[in-house]
Design a protein around this ligand. Structure first.
Ligand code: IPE
Ligand code: IPE
Ligand code: MG
Length: 224
């Protein structure tokens, strides 16, 4: 049986859910936040050590301003309202992605990371303003600047995911079978599960089915 250490999730389908049930994409984003809390709790229960959640991509800036503003409002609400509870639960928050964001958000994210840095029940990586191609180019630039040898180990030292083991599982909800510029390097040997349900409808039971399937997969890593 495979050990499950790291789960990465592309939380897709909020907009469609919002339109379908509330005639508003933003309502879908709000509902998606409840799923985030459920899945964090369930991950702790399953003794998963790393949970990486794709919350906003470098390409999501192409969306209408009103939607972008709402997403960052939600993030602000989530961090400021929940940080004490997350901290009490011994959850470590880490941001992966460029923190080139407005000052208020930047400060809040740093505060959340600092406050929870010594926690060790689970590490929740929030992929925010994250793009894998950008991450890869940035790492290569740093290797060149530091005049060090180009190899896998050195390359990984300059990724946002430095010191984080690769995901064992990638889940994408929302019935789209693509990676959308998420963790292209890190997902090389992850088991991928595409889920038809939209993110706000995804629940602990669906998660449990995936975990059970994962445990029984024969992982080869190129061997036999
Ligand atoms: C994913 O849901 C959440 C973010 C990208 C922030 P979407 O907003 O992409 O939802 P759909 O895919 O349009 O339904
Ligand atoms: C990926 O979903 C990004 C997040 C879930 C944050 P998108 O909805 O942005 O992906 P595409 O544009 O459909 O590929
Ligand atoms: Mg989408």
């Amino acid at each position: 049986m495979n050990h499950l250490n790291h789960v990465a999730i592309i939380m897709d389908g909020n907009g469609r859910w919002g339109i379908k049930y509330k005639k508003s994409r933003n309502a879908g984003h709000r509902a998606g936040l409840d799923t985030v809390e459920k899945i964090i709790k369930h991950s702790i229960k399953k003794k998963i050590k790393y949970l990486t959640l794709f919350a906003f991509s470098t390409e999501n800036w192409k969306r209408p301003k009103s939607e972008i503003n709402y997403l960052f409002k939600l993030l602000e609400f989530f961090i400021s309202e929940k940080i004490d509870e997350l901290n009490k639960e011994n959850i470590k928050i880490k941001i992966i992605g460029s923190k080139n964001l407005n000052k208020k958000i930047f400060k809040l994210l740093n505060y959340a990371e600092k406050k929870t840095e010594n926690n060790n029940k689970i590490q929740v990586n929030l992929a925010l303003n994250y793009g894998s191609r950008n991450e890869i180019i940035t790492s290569i630039k740093k290797i060149i600047k530091n005049k060090i040898r180009v190899n896998e180990k050195n390359f990984e030292k300059f990724l946002f995911t430095k010191n984080i083991p690769d995901p064992d599982i990638l889940i994408r909800t929302g019935n789209k079978n693509r990676l959308s510029n998420f963790l292209l390097w890190q997902l090389s040997y992850s088991e991928i599960f595409f889920e038809k349900k939209l993110w706000p409808d995804f629940n602990e039971k669906d998660f449990e089915i995936i975990i059970k399937k994962f445990k029984r997969i024969k992982r080869n890593f190129g061997s036999i």
